[in-house]
Design a protein around this ligand. Structure first.
Ligand code: BDP
Length: 614
């Protein structure tokens, strides 16, 4: 799915700004039919932003069910020959869209875009009332899953199985955009290179079969030079003296696709420009290769999370986060635990940051919470929990993720689930079709999931389906608390076990300890900044002794908000930066290792010299 853009044939009217807002008291939207009325401006919210922390009202913050957004919009009268669409970059989690009295579209899945063509409903020059109802409900039919109970007083209570606050609403941009009657619908590219020749295979999908029109594709380099000029919907561009997209050294070509009239090539019917990077990704033996070279991941599992706006996308926070990652020497991150705003991938593309792109499948594991509190877990895969409907939603989430992000050079791997119950009965039946679909949709990128702290190498039933082992580990925090010596031994033993059992690269996709900024101790005191630092240093010693480790992603980049619980003090404090993005002491530990010692480069050179795994 292409992101809207302004080109010589396309225009955008942004619909971000302040919208009127109402909380829908009844669970069923049909009860009040709020889209048939003008909603009062008594409550207003910014778009993009999660709505939860905007108001000082627990009833809104913790509301379970629908809220309604409304504003007026107008179709420019100059769009009389165009088609025009409403585009939502995301609505968390379910949306129903109404134009005046008309229902136009429903979408489920809180972190991927959707759009609807309204050309036949609203005339050019006409003002219309746009209403978007958004529900935050999580059930076993949604990704992530959850459960809703009706309490004795009639209130509905939402529980879920993941460790971040269920921020909701219109947290990303909304647009009205135009495109020509016959248009470029999608672009698929795969890239490769042989010595210094770049190869770009492309397919340009159009809204209609082309009659009297042709497709022209040009590739423009960073010096504005055209390095390829070809015709046809499907072809291969061959580029001499190619400049590769490299981690830490991005190079982008602009793929300029045009629909042109067959009789007059100067008549451009539609034009769309896509920045592309030429690079390869592959897993060979126990190594993860980018452009044929071993790559060692340093960085974080992140969250989209900030004060007041919750998961609301904001370019200032995004760019600041990227600069902090650069300062600390992170070359990569995982979009834990859902697809992020598209601007994030565009920035990563532009600046050579490597991304592991994750679906919102987090919390499909009833064993974790039961394990932490010591009671017997109900089965995760059953008719009452993760079932066929969950799987159906999960498959759709993968389709939407790949459809949106397939062309980003920064995305090097799909992570299709976080800490799913990968040792339970039913896990294989549930996971196998997901992996198959991901590989069908994109045969060029490796596929992984992260397994949780209690996973045992001999108990897991899905490991062989995946290319890379991604492990989330917390020895020294959720177990062996305060005893880093014991934690070190267990960690090393376990990692060696994985290495012996599977000839695959291992990424430690999460390791971390909570630290309350400002708390210090010379002893191994939990929640102190010093313990967090020593905890990380211990993990690093082990990583350097286990050959198959090809990456380390600390949990988490920054402190983030969660539901209240006895293990969380005003949120999850495993951040290396506070929620306000101030560094804790552990930031220096990471900066020394990643930036000053240049561990990623060192590991890659070591591998090249010994030829290990390559
Ligand atoms: C892991 C989860 C992550 C949590 C983290 C933690 O993947 O979402 O926030 O644990 O407990 O199990 O901090």
């Amino acid at each position: 799915m292409l992101k809207p853009q302004v080109s010589s044939t396309r225009q955008i009217c942004p619909l971000d700004g302040i919208w009127n807002f109402a909380v829908h008291k009844e669970p069923d939207l049909e009860d009040d039919k709020l889209w048939t009325q003008t909603i009062s401006s008594q409550l207003q919210v910014p778009v993009p932003s999660s709505y939860n922390d905007i108001f000082v009202d627990a009833k809104i913050r913790d509301h379970v069910g629908w809220v309604v957004y409304q504003r007026d919009a107008i179709v420019p009268h100059t769009w009389s020959l165009e088609r025009y669409c409403l585009r939502f970059d995301a609505a968390t989690h379910v949306a129903r869209v109404y134009v005046n009295e008309h229902f136009v579209l429903a979408h489920s899945g809180g972190y991927t875009p959707f759009e609807c063509d309204i050309t036949d409903i609203v005339k050019p020059g006409q003002r219309f009332r746009l209403t978007v109802a958004v529900s935050n409900e999580l059930t076993w039919e949604s990704i992530p899953p959850g459960k809703i109970e009706v309490m004795a007083n009639g209130d509905r209570k939402q529980t879920y199985y993941h460790d971040f606050f269920n921020y909701a609403g219109l947290a990303r941009s909304v647009y009205l955009y135009s495109k020509p009657q016959i248009s470029i619908q999608d672009i698929f590219i795969t890239t490769n290179f042989q010595e210094n020749t770049g190869l770009v295979d492309y397919v340009i999908e159009t809204s209609h079969p082309l009659e009297g029109a042709d497709v022209r594709v040009r590739l423009i380099d960073e010096n504005e030079q055209c390095v390829y000029d070809g015709r046809g919907q499907k072809s291969r561009a061959v580029i001499g003296n190619v400049r590769l997209w490299q981690p830490g050294g991005a190079y982008l070509y602009q793929l300029r696709a045009e629909l042109i009239s067959s009789s007059d090539p100067n008549t451009v019917i539609d034009s769309y420009e896509l920045p592309i990077g030429i690079r390869t990704v592959e897993v060979v033996g126990n190594r993860f290769l980018i452009n044929g070279n071993p790559f060692y991941f340093t960085g974080f599992g992140k969250h989209e999370d900030s004060l007041i706006r919750g998961k609301g996308h904001d370019n200032a926070t995004m760019i600041h986060d990227f600069h902090l990652m650069d300062w600390i020497g992170a070359n990569s991150f995982r979009t834990a635990h859902y697809p992020y705003a598209e601007e994030v991938y565009e920035f990563a593309d532009r600046h050579g940051i490597v991304v592991i792109d994750e679906t919102a499948a987090v919390g499909i594991n009833l064993g974790i919470i039961a394990g932490v509190f010591g009671f017997k877990a109900p089965p995760t895969f059953s008719a009452e929990s993760a079932n066929e409907k969950t799987q159906h939603t999960h498959l759709q989430a993968i389709r939407e993720l790949v459809s949106r992000d397939k062309n980003h050079p920064s995305v090097v791997m799909w992570c299709i689930a976080n800490e799913i119950a990968s040792a339970e009965a039913g896990a294989r039946e549930y996971m196998e079709p997901l992996v198959k679909l991901t590989r069908e949709l994109d045969p060029t990128r490796p596929v992984c999931f992260t397994n949780m702290a209690f996973s045992k190498v001999d108990k897991e039933v899905v490991t062989d389906l995946f290319d890379v082992l991604c492990l989330n580990r917390y020895y020294g925090w959720y177990s062996q608390m305060g005893d880093l010596d014991a934690a070190e031994q267990i960690l090393e033993k376990e990692l060696r076990g994985w290495q012996e059992a599977h000839d695959k690269p291992i990424i430690i996709a999460e390791y971390g300890a909570d630290a309350h900024a400002g708390l210090h101790s010379v002893l191994d005191v939990a929640w102190s900044e010093d313990y967090q630092s020593r905890f990380l240093a211990m993990y690093h010693r082990v990583f350097d002794r286990v050959d198959n480790i090809v990456g380390e992603h600390v949990w988490n980049f920054a402190d983030f908000h969660c539901t209240s619980s006895m293990t969380r003090v005003d949120g999850n404090k495993k951040g290396i930066f506070t929620r306000e993005r101030r560094p804790k002491a552990a930031a220096q530990v990471l900066r020394r290792r990643w930036k000053e010692d240049g561990i990623a480069a060192r590991k890659a050179t070591l591998t090249n010299e010994t030829g290990m795994g390559v």
